[in-house]
Design a protein around this ligand. Sequence first.
Ligand code: SAM
Length: 374
Amino acid sequence: MKRGEILSAHQTRMQTETTTMKSNPTSRSTPELPPAVAAFEAAATGPEHPARTWEKLDSMLHIAALMEDILLHPQQDPVERTESLFRFLAEKMCRAADMAAEFAPVPEISSDILSGEEKTKDLFERAWTVYSNETYDHSVSLVEDRLRQSGFGEDFLKGRTCFDGGCGTGRLAVALARMGAGRVVAADVGSASLEFFRRQIARYGLHAVEVVEMDVTDLGAFDSEQFDFVASNGVLHHTPRCLPGLDDHYRLVRPGGFLWLYLYGAGGFYWAVYDRMRGLLADVSPERFCAHMRLRGVREGMTYTMLDNFFAPREYFLSSEILSRLRKLHPLEWRHQRGPSIFDDPSVYTGEKYGKYILGPEGEVRLAIRKMLS
Ligand SMILES: C[S@@+](CC[C@H](N)C(=O)[O-])C[C@H]1O[C@@H](n2cnc3c(N)ncnc32)[C@H](O)[C@@H]1O
């Protein structure tokens, strides 16, 4: 398609987009995206060509940068900003298509500029294991702030038994142990993450942490009601057994204890934009994506955020649904988490002018749930 055709066709295409978005069962009341998104999609769709692929991958960098900025500025209208960027990107895509004849039919950038044979799983794991000790320490201190501000300071944690399901490289488990927990069991499926985590445990000189390699959507190996504090922080929404896995985490909490839960919130603009781009990336491997970002000089942290946001499978939830599900298993009380960033407390974020629009009507699912003494 040529530029003129694309820009005039995008309105027509838009009419079908709404139907497509609404047919996604997890999006529920997902906002419609501005028309320029469809214009960009049309411009980026076509035969595989080095110029088009380069431009498409570069566009993803612009999109991710804007989305992160939108998240941090819920006082600004996200629709206007998105419309303006996508219109610019659609133009650029069209120009790239016009220039196709100027490109020699060279092979694409090969993913072998990545070191060794990196498989997709390794790429995702590397996201969390490339950081310096300084960056790791900073992430631990952020988690400590979040715990303290949410009511789980040293006074609460002293001598407590904790479980961290999907611990990754263990920043939360390290924080819990440093703050005085008596025993912290930390589990994950990622062996590279756990290897990195064990090195951090040794560096911090912690003795209360036990590391287990396992799938945390089935916790049958653990007795019920044995932990004072059970955490699932940004894990279960990536798994195909999210809700049964959630029930299982709740089962491990002793009455009077807490479940610390973070899941992606349903119905927001932020994730809708990322999801919409997935179709355009269907023919791009994560390895190819990383190779492009490396050539472009993008810092690794940003590349891995994009890898996660554009490629990782996920589901979205509403806090109200989660709470009513768990309440049926055992009576509970709950409060929102708190923390140093604007999105730590969903009640603060949804109070911002465009907060509900960006992250959904209930914001992210960031809850501290207390299993009542029965
Ligand atoms: C986004 S990271 C979050 C890590 C950690 N909870 C944190 O807040 O830093 C998601 C983690 O979930 C882990 N994970 C995904 N599915 C899992 C499963 N079924 N069982 C155990 N871990 C899983 C991944 O290996 C990864 O370490």
